[in-house]
Design a protein around this ligand. Sequence first.
Ligand code: G3H
Ligand code: 13P
Ligand code: ZN
Length: 311
Amino acid sequence: MPLVTTTEMFKKAYEGGYAIGAFNVNNMEIIQGITEAGKELNAPLILQVSSGARKYANHTYLVKLVEAALIETDLPIALHLDHGDTFELCKSCIDGGFSSVMIDGSHHDYEGNVALTKQVVEYAHAHGVVVEAELGRLAGIEDAVNVSAENASYTDPAQVQDFVERTGCDSLAIAIGTSHGAFKFKPGQKPQLRFDILTEVEKRLPGFPIVLHGASSVIPEYVKMVNENGGQMPDAIGIPEEMLREAARMAVCKINIDSDIRLAMTGTIRKYFNDNPSHFDPRQYLAPARTAVKGMVAHKIKTVLGCEGKA
Ligand code: G3H
Ligand code: 13P
Ligand code: ZN
């Protein structure tokens, strides 16, 4: 099956009260782990590439690895640019074979965000590619962006209709209290999401697919594995799975997960070296890391996303 856009996936997910997992990919083992889980559970997938991933692994390598996954799995898979911040970056991914791009204009003021998003939408739609935009600003750290809690802001539901109408975007990422990275809440703080904002957005944009970034649960089992094997991660707290499941029943059709992949791999590799200090063949430690990614993604598909059997 060739790459697909997210249009059909999101329509079915919205109607069916589930979400599609959007997993960040950086190398072959991550792509294999995710897509093997998708194949076993017959789940549609979004594989997303950040500008950092593109710099690390090279555009062509990632596209070709995803093409290999399409051949191996025959699943509906969308290849998506995560957090594109300029028209040029989005254009390069559209020209280079992606089926979906995100233009993250959340670092601009409202009118700047509208203008940039509209420019990307016009180019993308003329090339059969769909566009995710962002309104509101998540806190947290990624390779290219570091947004402090003070500079983060919730999405204003009063703006969403105007934004979607004027830009023509196909899905919208909103800020309701999730954040990027492994430290989403302070120790002792009760994790909370603004479901009132999500409900209001849903009312104003009936049937329109909403995206949640920063949606790793920061699975405690893997944080523990990191720390029991020489790591020194301070208290890491993510989004509770029940909250994500609830969001997936509502208008949220795409749930972004990267940190949980990182933790699953790092915990597993640290443990491997602790148990086998004399080993040095990368296949020996990358194979269990890949299996850990597969297990983690299968768990998300079944428990959090609800998209098992929906391919
Ligand atoms: O939200 C961003 C993703 O976690 C990607 O992170 O920019 O470090 O590749 P990255
Ligand atoms: P996490 O850091 O919570 O995995 O979020 C990833 C993300 O939003 C990618 O765009
Ligand atoms: Zn993100």
